[in-house]
Design a protein around this ligand. Structure first.
Ligand code: AMP
Ligand code: ZN
Ligand code: FE
Ligand code: FE
Length: 287
């Protein structure tokens, strides 16, 4: 039994590799199963699935939804989605429209700040996929308005910075609802970004999410310390939740994290996928 990586981005959102390139790369790295989890979109799944079938890699159609949350940020992963499900597609279209309304406003803000940038340039930088702030950052860098990708966020694009425009987010309840409706399994991503103060606060939040349909926790993640991993594992065990893991690979050149292994420390067994499948079929037969 091989290894798996259940958190990956493609050019459908802000990843560097196209879905087929990603799946071929996974194969070359010896992975048996991978989940495509682009931000707010399933546009990369179909291509990834057919490439996976062709070359013999299991591809799990997934997503990563940004949900309304404070003080930190909450991302919810959905695995084994029925990507043709009408309700899922309608909800995602709604998100795309919200994003499409926000992006020109950010261009406008940048222009008012004296930055020479056009919406066309940002669209071009997105390579035809969903347009997001990382693409703004790439244009700012390319046109030498900033000296690094991070500077673009710090000076202009991060939350609270002068060119930032908030975008609509679903609540966790809404996100888990459409993931579950589309036969998917909902998992809270990288809990270390939730900004919860201590174990009890985190547990309280997780229990609320379970009420809303959550079925797992992303325990293994490159930014989690050994203590984080132990904490999230305990939390999952106590509440009968699935344990998942992934690298959040966007392209090595972005942050030095590689598919399947992160910084070299990750090795996720196929049993993670088997457990996901078991829980999914149990919930589907209970509907
Ligand atoms: P968007 O979906 O357009 O709001 O862009 C979100 C993406 O921007 C995230 O997935 C990150 O890749 C990136 N991002 C958000 N905040 C920061 C930050 N402070 N520094 C660097 N990258 C960030
Ligand atoms: Zn991303
Ligand atoms: Fe995330
Ligand atoms: Fe991610």
């Amino acid at each position: 039994m091989g290894y798996v990586d259940l958190h990956l981005h493609t050019t459908a959102s802000d990843g560097v590799l196209s879905p087929s390139e990603l799946v071929r790369y996974a194969k070359a790295k010896g992975l048996q199963s991978v989940a495509i989890t682009d931000h707010d979109t399933i546009e990369g799944c179909e291509e990834g699935l057919s490439e996976g079938e062709r070359i013999g890699v299991e591809v799990i159609p997934g997503i990563e939804i940004s949900a309304e949350h404070s003080p930190g940020s909450m991302h919810i992963l959905g695995f084994f989605l029925d990507i043709h499900h009408p309700f899922l597609n309608e909800r995602l279209k709604y998100l795309q429209r919200a994003r499409a309304e926000r992006n020109p406003k950010m261009v406008e803000k940048l222009r008012r700040l004296g930055v020479d940038i056009t919406f066309e340039e940002v669209v071009k930088a997105s390579g035809g996929g969903q347009v997001g702030r990382p693409h703004f950052a790439n244009v700012l860098l390319e046109k030498k308005h900033v000296r690094s990708f991070q500077e673009a966020f710090d000076r202009f694009l991060k939350k609270g910075a002068p060119a930032y425009v908030d975008k609509f987010r679903f609540t966790s309840k809404e996100a888990l609802h459409f993931i579950n409706e589309a036969k998917g399994v909902g998992v809270v991503a990288h809990p270390n970004t939730l900004g919860m103060n201590g174990y009890w606060e985190l547990e309280k939040l997780v229990l609320r999410l379970v009420e809303e349909g959550l079925q797992g926790i992303e325990v293994y993640y490159p930014e989690h310390s050994a203590a984080d991993v132990a904490k999230y594992k305990t939390l999952a065990e106590r509440h009968g939740l699935l344990v998942t893991g992934g690298t959040d690979y966007h392209g090595m050149e972005k942050n030095g994290l590689d598919i399947g292994v992160g910084r070299g420390e990750m090795k996720l067994p196929y049993s993670i996928v088997e457990n996901l499948k078991t829980v999914r079929s149990r919930s589907l037969s209970g509907r």
